[in-house]
Design a binder for this molecule. Sequence first.
Ligand code: DGY
Length: 322
Amino acid sequence: VHPSQNLPLVLVLEPPPVFKFHGDQLLKKFQFLKAWESPLPLDQFLTIHAHSVQALLSPGTHPVTLETLRLLPSLGLIVTTSVGLNHIDLPECRRRGISIANAGNLYSEDVADLAVGLLIDVLRKISVADRYVKRQLWPSEGEFPLGIKLRGRQVGIVGLGSIGFEVAKRLDAFGCSILYNSRRKKPSIHYPYYSNICELASNCDVLIICCALTDKTHHMINKEVLLAMGKKGVIVNVGRGAIIDEQEMVGCLMRGEIAGAGLDVFEKEPDVPKELFDLDNVVLSPHRAVHSQETLMALCDLVVGNFEAFFSNKPLLTPVVD
Ligand code: DGY
């Protein structure tokens, strides 16, 4: 008998980044059933191997669908290494009493840092400047375009959860005025609240999307909202691609109806609309907001802690509560 067979069994549908950095550490604690290593189609693999599996580790990209959940009758826990839950069939989990643990607030600072970084890059044209110097255009190719000052910008934060709050703290310190939209007004927050997203946009130069993707937020940032910001408007998205109507946003950027965009997330990742590649007023990042070394170290402890809690009948460290 292989010693690892005494370890708790955890199903994984696709390789999570946490494996790359902490695979050895995790393998000492759990036995992983790796669906992607089997040549079988997923449904056959699950039917044959995963009937008794109690716990699932999800990297937050591969969907955990109703069909998948139905093939896992003993499942009691999903640990997702994401904050976002849009890849999981939540109603089915609720109905079956399957617990979920996510990354909690672990990523909030990193995501906020990237949101502010993307904004400053768009406003001050850091990536444009980088290309300008590396292509050895300095100083021969005319004037370098002027940037826009960050101080004094009216920034609308969409989703004032833990990430949105970290963004607000940072931009407050930079001298921006903060406004926000959230599922509900937060009594303890002094920033002006707008329940109507279009009204928020018409009072802002910048919109930063920090909310979760749900049925309600899908394409919430449509053409009307984008145009409401006006020609100086900049959009930053560190939430999920599908919160913005991407095609409309591309059109607005190409026609100069808004001034720029800083995007870490896209509707059909890893596909990015090709039209964006030629736009100097757009800064692109490959869904990397949470990828700092320190955070991925801490993530390993959190994942281990949640599984250990579950397998020893203790409260989860970062339970998702509806
Ligand atoms: C999250 O945690 O939701 C990040 O976007 C990474 O998926």
